[in-house]
Design a protein around this ligand. Sequence first.
Ligand code: NI
Ligand code: MN
Length: 227
Amino acid sequence: MKVRYLGHAAVLIIHKDKRIIIDPFITNNPQSPIKLQEVPKIDYILVTHGHADHLGDAVALAKRDGSTVIANFELCSYVSRHGVSTHPMHIGGKYVFEFGSVKLTPALHGSSIVEADLPVYAGNPCGFLIEIEGRKIYHAGDTGLTKDMELLRKENIDLAFLPIGGNFVMDLWDAVEAVKMIQPKIVVPMHYDTWPVIRSNPEKFKQEVEKLNVKCVIMKPGDELEL
Ligand code: NI
Ligand code: MN
């Protein structure tokens, strides 16, 4: 399968004839290497939480392509008002889709959608553990460091996307602690340098992580890796 990083927390997974996008923040994403109309046809849209830099273009893409939105129950209720199809789930729950399985993992964060300057509740934020033909990808979503991550070690994760930008999420030092707990084969830093408030140092993160014998790949927006 191919895994393409689209900047911030947006990740596109292509496996056979299926395309899955996580946190499709394309429009107004200063890091996005493509425009919304350049996003290929999407089958499934996974959304970690309601914040605009994650929900992003989910509704527009789902309407365009007839994709299914996979998210927590409350977020699914919200987007289904726009007539898109959804598959609601919740933390700890796993479901086997036609492309592989998805399990929602805990994330220590908020989740709301701002409407008329007021936050609308959008359920618990989450991360995703995705398994496709025996390969496991963990996308942490927006989260602080949590001991729960220790539970992910037994999953033998192949590829982990972890936020390192600080302020709203883990900084690089907390993300190094997360790597110690999760022990993925490859880690990719995300959710940094999009704006000055989440400036970070991925090279330093890589240096620290590689002391732990974990491979770190710094993906530039648009970069793709084969898994
Ligand atoms: Ni957020
Ligand atoms: Mn965010």
